[in-house]
Design a binder for this molecule. Structure first.
Ligand SMILES: Nc1nc2c(c(=O)[nH]1)N[C@@H](CNc1ccc(C(=O)N[C@@H](CCC(=O)N[C@@H](CCC(=O)N[C@@H](CCC(=O)O)C(=O)O)C(=O)O)C(=O)O)cc1)CN2
Ligand code: MET
Ligand SMILES: [Zn+2]
Length: 758
C-alpha cells in the first residue's frame, strides 16, 4: 500500500504567489523575480509532501494562473489575437488570462468558468480553425527536471485530452472530433518526452468523465485514448477522475490500457458499488481517493479503514489518495493560532490530510494503533449543540412561506409607478474597488491600531464619495459599495451565529484571487442586523434609490465549509431564515430595492442531470423564495449570478421569482440571450455589458453595441444595464472610466430610441 495526493495548493501558505504575481502585474517586479518566488513555493511543497511521508508526489500542479490554461499553452492552443500582440511568453500567457490593453494592442481575456462544482475557475481553451495543436511548451518538463534536480521523483500532472476538449470553446467551423488526431500526437509527444526525462508515472486529469456520458462522448474518449495508450512506451499512465463516479464509463475505462485509475470514493456516490460489482483489474493500480479533498474535517478512521479493507485489490495494487486535488482546501491548521483547540482538533487542511493518509496506511498495515484510538476518541465525543429555536422554525415552514404575493407581473407594475425609472435603468452589482486603503483600514482595525469609530468613519467617507460619483455620472439605482466587507460570504458569516473563522485559511478562487471560507460549526441564526447601518447611511445621502445588498443562502452555504452531520437543505433553510429577517429589517428602514446575490447557485448544480431537481433545485430555489416571500409589493427584489451558464435551468431561475436579475453574459458571448428570448424569461434582466474580471476599459461604442445586441433579443421594458459583476477587484481609475462609458452608452441608446419613437 502506498500514499499520494491528486494535487497540492500552490498559492503559498501565506499567499506568496498571489502577492508576487500582483506585483508583476504592476511592474513592481520582473519575470525573473517572479520565477524565483515560484521556484521557492514549488520547492517547499515538494519538501513538505516528501517529509510528510507520501510515497508519490505530483509536479505540474503549480500554476501562475490556471492549469487548464497551462495545458492549452503547452499544446500551442493560443488564439491568434494573443499571438498578434507579439508579447513575451509570460505576458502572452497573462494576456489570455486577464486581457491586454496597452501599446501592443487591445484584446479581451479568455472566457473564465467554474471548474465543475467548485469555486475554482479555469480559463476556457479556445480552438480556432487555424489552431495547430502540437507540443511546444516546456513548463511540465521544466518542473519535472527542477524537482529531480532537488532529489524528488515526481508524477507530472496535466489536464487530459478528453476533458480539455469537453471544456473548450470551438470558434470556427471545426468540432471536437476534428482535433483528435493532432491531440493524440501532441499527448503522445508529451508522454515520450516525460519518459525520456525519467518519469515513471504521468497523471492525466479527466474529471469530465464524471458528468453524464453520451455514446458520442464515450466514442470521443476511446478515439483519444486507444491510440494514445497504444503509443506509450515505458511511462505508466494514471487516469485521474474526481468530483463524482464513472457510472457510465467504468467498464470501458477499466478495459483500456491504463496503468492506474484514480477514483473518487468521497463524492462519487457509486464508486464503491462500481468497484465491487465490476471488480478492478489485477494488472492496474487503484488510486483510491478516500480522503475528502474539498472539505476541512478530520476523517473518521474507522469508516475509512472499513472502506480500504473492503476494496477488491491486492495491497501492492493500492495507493491511498485524496478525492480530488487539495487545491480546494487551505494549507494548514498550524497557521491558526487564534482558533480554540476545541475546534482545531476536528480540522484537517491540506497538510493535516497528508498525515491522515500516512496514518491510514500505517494503521491498515497494522502498526499504529495509537493514531486509531485517538481518532476513535475524537469521533466518540459529541461535537455540536443544537439551537432548538432554529431547528423548530425550519421544521415548521409551510408552503405559503415560500410564496410571495402578488404575482410578479402585478408587482412589476406597482414598482414601475413606485420608482419611475427611465428605460434601460442603469445600476452596478454592489461592490466598488477594495483598494489598498480600504483593506488596510480593515487590517488596522483588526490589529487594534484604530478604533471602531475610526474604522466606520473611513468606510462612511468611501460610501459618501462613491454615492456622489454615482449621482454625478447619472446611474439610476445606486449602491453603497460594500467597503465594510472582507468578502461577501465571510462578512455574513461573521455577523451570524453558528460560524467559526480562520486567519490564514486561504483558498484560490481564480488567478491571484483567494477566498477564506467561513466554517459552519453549528446551527445558523441571526442575532443582530448585518447590513442595515451602511445601507441606511448611503440612502440618507441621496434621493435616488440605494439597493440593499445581501448574500443569498445558497451562496453562503456553498462558499463556506459545511457541516457533515446536517443536510445542505437544512443548513440552507437556517441561513435563509436569517437572511429573510435581514431583508425585512432593511425594508423597515426604508430600503426599497434589495439585491440578494446568489452568485454560487449555478456552481452547486449536481454534475449529473438526473440529480438536478431531486438533489438540488427542489430545495435551492425554495430557499431563495423563502428569503423574499414576505416583502411588500412595492419592494423590488434583485438577484445576481456570475458566470451564468444556466441555459438549461432557465425555468428554475425564473422560478426564484425575483423581480430583476443581473448576470454575466459578455464573456460568454451573449448566447444566453437566445435562451432567455426563446423561453420567454419573465424576470427583468441586466445581462452584464462588460467583463469586470479584466482591467480593460470598454469603450462607449463597445458598450452601445452590446446594448443593441441585447435589445435585439429582449423586450426593451425588461432590460437593465449594468457591469457583469461587482467591481471590488478593479482599480479606481478603470472603474470610473468604465462606468462613465456605460452610462454614456446607455444615454446614447436612449436617445436613439426616442428618435425612433419607441
Ligand atoms: N467567497 C467568494 N467566492 C467568489 C467570489 C467572491 O466574491 N467571494 N466572487 C467570484 C470570483 N471570485 C473571487 C474571489 C475572491 C475575490 C477577492 O477579491 N479576494 C480578495 C480577498 C478578499 C478578502 O477577504 N479581503 C480581506 C483580507 C485582505 C487582505 O489580504 N489583507 C491584507 C492586509 C491589507 C493589505 O495591505 O492589502 C492581509 O491580510 O495581509 C479584507 O479585505 O479584509 C483577494 O484575493 O485579494 C474576488 C473574486 C466567485 N467566487
Ligand atoms: C461574486 S458576485 C458579487 C456580488 C457582490 N454584490 C459584489 O458586487 O461584489
Ligand atoms: Zn458576480
Amino acid at each position: 500500500m502506498k500514499t499520494t495526493v491528486v494535487g497540492y495548493p500552490r498559492i503559498g501558505a501565506h499567499r506568496e504567489l498571489k502577492f508576487a504575481v500582483q506585483k508583476y502585474f504592476k511592474h513592481e517586479i520582473d519575470a525573473t523575480t517572479l520565477d524565483e518566488t515560484a521556484r521557492e513555493l514549488r520547492r517547499v511543497n515538494w519538501q513538505s509532501l516528501t517529509e510528510a511521508g507520501l510515497d508519490q508526489i505530483p509536479s505540474g500542479d503549480f500554476s501562475y494562473f490556471d492549469t487548464t490554461l497551462d495545458t492549452a499553452n503547452l499544446l500551442n492552443i493560443v488564439p491568434q489575437r494573443y499571438r498578434d500582440l507579439n508579447l513575451a511568453p509570460l505576458d502572452e500567457y497573462f494576456a489570455q488570462a486577464r486581457g491586454y490593453q496597452g501599446p501592443k494592442g487591445d484584446v479581451t481575456a479568455l472566457s473564465m468558468k467554474k471548474w465543475f462544482n467548485t469555486n475554482y475557475h479555469y480559463l476556457v481553451p479556445e480552438f480556432e480553425d487555424t489552431t495547430d495543436i502540437k507540443l511546444v511548451g516546456t513548463k511540465l518538463f521544466d518542473e519535472f527536471k527542477e524537482a529531480k534536480a532537488q532529489g524528488y521523483q515526481t508524477r507530472p500532472t496535466i489536464v487530459g485530452p478528453y476533458t480539455l476538449l469537453k471544456l473548450a470553446a470551438f470558434n470556427g467551423t471545426k468540432t471536437a472530433a476534428d482535433y483528435v488526431p493532432e491531440l493524440v500526437t501532441a499527448y503522445t509527444d508529451v508522454l515520450s518526452q516525460l519518459a525520456e526525462l525519467g518519469a515513471d508515472w504521468v497523471q492525466l486529469d479527466e474529471p469530465a468523465l464524471v458528468k453524464d456520458q453520451s455514446v458520442a462522448d464515450l466514442a470521443l474518449f476511446q478515439a483519444l485514448y486507444t491510440p494514445l495508450l497504444a503509443a506509450k512506451k515505458l511511462l505508466k499512465v494514471l487516469l485521474q477522475t474526481y468530483f463524482g463516479d464513472l457510472r457510465d464509463s467504468y467498464e470501458a475505462i477499466v478495459n483500456q490500457a491504463f496503468d492506474g485509475i484514480g477514483l473518487d470514493f468521497v463524492e462519487g456516490a457509486q464508486t464503491d458499488k462500481l468497484v465491487k460489482t465490476n471488480g478492478f483489474p489485477a494488472d492496474k493500480v487503484l488510486f483510491a481517493g478516500v480522503i475528502n479533498g474539498k472539505n476541512i474535517w478530520r476523517a473518521n478512521y474507522d469508516e475509512k479503514l472499513a472502506l480500504i479493507k473492503s476494496l477488491p485489490v491486492k495491497d501492492d495494487q493500492l495507493i491511498l489518495t485524496t478525492s480530488c486535488s487539495l487545491l480546494h482546501v487551505p494549507y494548514t491548521v498550524a497557521n491558526e493560532p487564534k482558533l480554540a483547540q476545541h475546534y482545531k482538533r476536528y480540522l484537517a487542511f491540506a497538510a493535516e490530510k497528508l498525515t491522515e493518509l500516512t496514518d491510514l496506511k500505517a494503521i491498515a498495515t497494522a502498526t499504529n494503533q495509537a493514531e486509531l484510538q485517538a481518532n476513535q476518541q475524537l469521533f466518540a465525543t459529541p461535537r455540536y449543540q443544537e439551537n432548538e429555536a432554529i431547528t423548530k422554525q425550519v421544521a415548521a415552514l409551510k408552503p405559503s412561506d415560500f410564496n410571495r404575493e402578488p404575482d410578479r407581473a402585478t408587482r412589476l407594475k406597482i414598482q414601475a409607478d413606485e420608482f419611475n425609472l427611465p428605460v434601460l435603468p442603469t445600476t452596478t452589482i454592489g461592490s466598488f474597488p477594495q483598494t489598498r486603503e480600504v483593506r488596510q483600514n480593515r487590517a488596522k482595525f483588526k490589529r487594534g491600531e484604530i478604533t471602531r469609530e475610526q474604522y466606520d468613519a473611513f468606510n462612511k467617507h468611501e460610501i459618501k464619495q462613491w454615492i456622489e460619483f454615482q449621482e454625478k455620472i447619472g446611474l439610476d439605482v445606486l449602491v453603497h459599495g460594500e467597503f465594510e466587507r472582507n468578502d461577501m460570504v465571510e462578512y455574513f458569516g461573521e455577523k451570524l451565529d453558528g460560524f467559526i473563522f480562520t486567519q490564514n485559511a486561504w483558498v484560490q478562487s481564480y488567478g491571484t484571487r483567494c477566498v477564506k471560507p467561513p466554517i459552519i460549526w453549528g446551527d445558523v441564526a441571526r442575532t443582530q442586523p448585518i447590513t442595515v447601518a451602511e445601507s441606511v447611511y448611503a440612502q440618507s445621502l441621496t434621493d435616488k434609490p440605494v439597493k440593499g445588498m445581501l448574500t443569498g443562502p445558497v451562496t453562503i452555504l456553498n462558499w463556506s465549509f459545511t457541516r457533515e452531520d446536517l443536510s445542505p437543505q437544512e443548513s440552507t433553510y437556517q441561513i435563509a431564515l436569517a437572511i429573510q429577517a435581514e431583508v425585512l429589517d432593511l425594508e423597515r428602514h426604508g430600503i426599497k430595492i434589495i439585491q440578494i446575490d446568489e452568485a454560487a447557485l449555478r456552481e452547486n448544480l449536481p454534475l449529473r442531470k438526473t440529480d438536478w431537481y431531486p438533489r438540488y433545485l427542489d430545495w435551492a430555489i425554495p430557499a431563495f423564495r423563502l428569503v423574499h416571500s414576505k416583502v411588500q409589493p412595492t419592494t423590488q427584489i434583485h438577484t445576481h449570478m456570475c458566470y451564468s451558464e444556466f441555459g438549461d435551468i432557465i425555468e428554475a431561475i425564473d422560478a426564484m421569482d425575483a423581480d430583476v436579475i443581473s448576470f454575466e453574459a459578455s464573456r460568454a458571448d451573449l448566447t444566453l440571450l437566445d435562451t432567455l428570448q426563446e423561453d420567454h424569461f419573465q424576470t427583468h434582466v441586466g445581462p452584464g455589458v462588460y467583463d469586470i474580471h479584466s482591467p480593460r476599459v470598454p469603450s462607449e461604442e463597445e458598450v452601445a453595441t452590446t446594448i443593441h445586441k441585447i435589445l435585439a433579443k429582449l423586450p426593451l421594458d425588461n432590460v437593465w444595464i449594468n457591469p457583469d459583476c461587482g467591481l471590488k477587484t478593479r482599480g479606481t481609475t478603470e472603474t470610473v472610466a468604465s462606468l462613465e462609458n456605460v452610462v454614456a452608452a446607455t444615454k446614447q441608446v436612449r436617445g436613439e430610441l426616442v428618435h425612433e419613437g419607441r
